[in-house]
Structures are given as C-alpha cells and as structure tokens.
Design a protein around this ligand. Structure first.
Ligand code: XMP
Length: 487
C-alpha cells in the first residue's frame, strides 16, 4: 500500500481524532492489549526506551508488572547488563528454578545473612555443600531470635525432609497451591526421585501473579524483559550472555538501522543464536521497514530524530516527521511485523495517534524519565528548588564521555562512543515520583481515547482505523492547533 499524501510532513500535533459514536460502557474495562513483536504481546503497549537515564532493572521490573516492557540499555559492561536482566527474571515466577540453598553445617549467622541479603523468608538446606540434595527447610520463624545462638548449625532448627511436604518438578501451579493450602504451608520445595532440588514454589509469588493478571509474564510466570545490543564489536557475546540471563527479546538498536551494518549484524546473530525474538531499528521510511522485514526482524523500531534528547535532525538534516514515518512503515509491511513507534511522544494523545496510524507499541524515553525507577539521582534546582532528574540522549556528550571513561564497558562501547559524533543532548526533567503514576495516567487516557473512537477495545479500534486513518483524522490549521493545545 502507498503512503497517503496527507501524511507527508505530518506528525502528532497535526491531527485530532474525530469522535465516533461511543459504545464502551465502563472505561475501566477497556482492553489495551497490543503486539510488541511477532511472538510477544503486552496488556499495555508501552516499552521503556533503552537509555541509561531511563531503563535499568528497576524500570524494567515495574514496566512488566504494569503490563508493558522495559528494554535494558547497553551502555554498561556485558555482565552488568545481564545482571539487570536476571534481576527482573528472578523477581517473580511460579517456580524459582534455582533456589538458594545452604548446607546442613552452615551457621544461623550465615542463614540470617543470606536471607537478609536476598530478602527471602526462608532457605532450603542441602546435605553437603553444592550437593543439591534436599535435607530440610529453614524459614525465618525457625531461626532463634535470642542471643548466643548465631554459631549453632541450621540443621538443629530446620524442618527436616521427612516432615516436609514436597512436589515433583513438573507439578502444576494448581496442584502446588492445593498442597500448600491443605497443609497451611507457604513454601513447596520441588525434588526429583533422588531428592535433588529442582525448584521452589512460594505462596507469595502465586498470590502476586493472581493479583496482577495484566502484568507481562512468560510461560513460567516470570516478568518479561528486553535488552538492547549494538551491531558491532562484542555484540554477539553480549547477546549470548543476555539470552543466558533469560532475556525475552533483544533489540538491535543503532542510529541508522537501514544499513549494511544492520544486515551483517542480523545475519551473524541468526547464524549464532537462531530464532531469538529480535526487534531491529531505527528506521524512518517504507524502504527501511521493508528492509528489516526482509531480514527477518520480529519487530521494527521506527523513529529517526524525533526523540527529546536527540539532535540528529539539527546536526545532519536526516529524519522523517514521526507520524509520516510510522505510516510509511505500516503501509510497507502492514501488520506482518509489529511496528514500535520510538521517540517524540510528549502527550498521552500522541500514543493513541501512533497506534491508530500503524504502530503496535510505543517506546517512551522522556515521558518515563525523572521517575523513581529511572537510573540517576534526584537533584534540586538551586533557584526554583524544584526536584529534578537528568534525561539525556545516548549520544549526548555526557553519555559518550561516560562510555569512554568507563572503557571497561568493552570494545563495543568504546568503539560506539568514538564513532558517534554528538547527536544527543542532556536535559533536566522534573522529578515525577513513581513511574506507576505515569503509567496509570497513560492507561486512563488511552481508555478514554478508545471510548471517543467508538470502540470496546484498543485492538478493535486500531484494526478498523489503521486501514484508512484519514477517515478519522482531522488536520489542524495554526488556529485550530492554538485552540486545541494552548492553555
Ligand atoms: P523520547 O522523545 O521518548 O525519545 O524521549 C526516546 C528515543 O530517543 C532516541 N534517542 C536518541 N536519538 N540521539 C538520537 O538521535 C541520541 O543521543 C538519542 N538518545 C536516545 C531513542 O530512539 C529513544 O528510544
């Protein structure tokens, strides 16, 4: 399909959405699910940007709990990035696959330290160190609280195996729940016929997954998380480590995704790592989107230069107005490969417009920055005393300087830093509290937008509108733009 002429040169503030006859009853029930990539869907089609002032493990965890996904940035050593991914994957799950264990001979002091450090409420006890053979379970309430007991052995206080209820490794969540309820226990170790520890199910994890049916999870109930990689240097090693850490989707993120560098990177990655879920970008044209589709990308990230921390268009003149870029990409590949609209979203209505014109998910940087979950400190402006945090483009001089300074980040990082002239900038953004508040607001506004658009769910409205959005969009004059946005 060809791009409609009316989209040429257009972006978010160029259109309003023409209200339709409403059918949604309560807005609270309006479904917002959308696709992130060929195999992954989200209950809230929002991804947090892989930027060092936006997404580390904490942001990724919260995004997934809220139904979106976080893409952990790559401006850090491979092992540190893999660690952030592991943190998210370990934070929730029906089954803890490799639960911590201490040997029988360990002391109460050691047990206390381990449970405190990992914030757990009990620990499995194994026979010999590293044997993996279950001997018992020590919960916090088994630990003596009075003085002088710290050097005693955990085996004196644990519940031994012959008094423990256990399950087989493949047990269903429902069966595990039944056993735990019948015996009023909170932890169910999973062991095989040779008493080897194969997992642990806890009541609190099951309850949590019940309470948050909308959160983004894999088949094992663990939160979804993505991570960014580059296209040169040690990117293959980085990808392999991230996969080993349990990452659900990799994002090859380079400034110019419609390039030979991208082609070589995707081919090498597929050769070495096979069918891992792979989002590629960024591109801003129909040709770029077709190129990534033909390379076998599972998702296409669209956006050349619209980002708040970005100076690409100013410095190089390269770029395509963002709504045009999204529409071009959709007209080129339709829904064969989901499109992620990346950059330039400043208002919640922009998210709705991006989705209606062809995106399946949006990626947000500055909108999620300044929150508790974003990396970095809260600063106070000396003049206004306003609380602020730093938000910066990944090729801002500050980010590049840090990458150079932190050369142990590896050859890839150093090379990228030296390679890229500054096309980004640093800004201070107001401190916003928890990102949950921002996501709550986005969810509410998206539901209202669906209702004005005459649908019962976002997917239903999108399916109808995306084939011919101009039937629903009202182009704005300067005067109507003032009427709409100037307050
Ligand atoms: P927003 O507008 O949501 O945009 O803050 C986030 C996106 O901006 C891109 N990005 C950059 N683009 N130079 C660029 O040209 C940079 O230094 C830079 N840093 C981030 C990126 O696509 C991100 O998701």
């Amino acid at each position: 399909m060809d791009l409609e002429r009316e989209f040429i040169g257009r972006t978010y503030d160029d259109f309003l959405f023409r209200p339709q006859r409403g059918i949604a009853g309560s807005r609270r029930t309006v479904g917002l699910a959308g696709r992130l990539s060929r195999r992954l869907s989200l209950e809230l089609p929002v991804a947090s940007a892989n930027m060092d002032s936006v997404t580390g493990g904490e942001m990724a965890k919260t995004l997934a709990l809220e139904g979106g996904i976080g893409i952990v940035h790559r401006a850090l050593p491979i092992e540190a990035q893999a660690q952030e991914v592991r943190r998210v994957k370990r934070s929730h799950g029906h089954v803890i696959e490799q639960p911590l264990a201490l040997p029988r001979a360990a002391t109460i002091r050691e047990a206390r330290n381990v449970t405190r450090q990992h914030r757990i409420t009990g620990i499995l006890i194994e026979e010999a160190p590293g044997s993996g053979i279950l001997a018992g379970l020590l919960s916090n309430r088994d630990m003596p609280w009075f003085d002088g007991q710290d050097d005693r052995r955990v085996e004196e206080f644990m519940t031994p195996l012959d008094r423990l209820h256990t399950g087989a490794p493949g047990i269903s969540v429902e069966a595990a729940e039944r056993i735990m309820f019948e015996h009023r226990i909170e932890k169910l170790p999973l062991i095989d016929e040779r008493r080897r520890i194969r997992g642990l199910i806890t009541k609190s994890d099951i309850i949590l997954s019940r309470q948050r049916p909308e959160s983004s999870k894999d088949a094992k109930g663990r939160l979804l998380v993505g991570a960014a990689i580059g296209a040169r240097g040690d990117f293959l090693e980085r990808a392999a480590e991230l996969i080993a850490a349990g990452v659900d989707v990799l994002v090859i993120d380079i400034a110019h995704g419609h390039s030979e560098v991208m082609q070589q990177a995707v081919e090498a990655l597929r050769r070495k790592l096979g069918g891992v879920e792979l989002i590629c970008g960024n591109v801003g044209t129909a040709e770029g989107a077709r190129f990534l589709r033909d390379l076998g990308a599972d998702g296409i990230k669209v956006g050349i230069g619209p980002g708040r921390g970005c100076r690409t268009r100013l410095e190089t003149a390269a770029g395509v107005p963002q709504l045009q870029a999204i529409r071009e990409a959709w007209c080129a590949v339709e829904d064969a490969v989901p499109i992620i609209a990346d950059g330039g979203i400043q208002e919640d209505k922009d998210i709705f417009l991006a989705l209606m014109c062809g995106a399946s998910t949006v990626m947000l940087g500055s909108m999620l920055s300044g929150t508790d979950e974003a990396p970095g400190y809260v600063l106070e402006d000396p003049g206004t005393r306003q609380k602020q945090k730093i938000y910066r483009g990944m090729t801002s001089p500050q980010a590049v300087f840090e990458a150079l300074y932190d050369a142990e980040g590896g050859a890839e990082q150093l090379e990228a830093a030296l390679d890229t002239p500054a096309e980004g900038q640093e800004v201070r953004v107001p401190y916003k509290g928890s990102v949950r508040g921002v996501l709550h607001r986005i969810r509410g506004h998206l539901r209202s937008a669906v209702s004005y658009a005459g649908g019962a769910t976002l997917a239903e409205v999108r399916a109808q509108v995306v084939r011919d959005p101009l039937r629903y969009l009202v182009p704005l004059s300067e005067a109507s733009r003032r009427e709409s946005y100037e307050r």
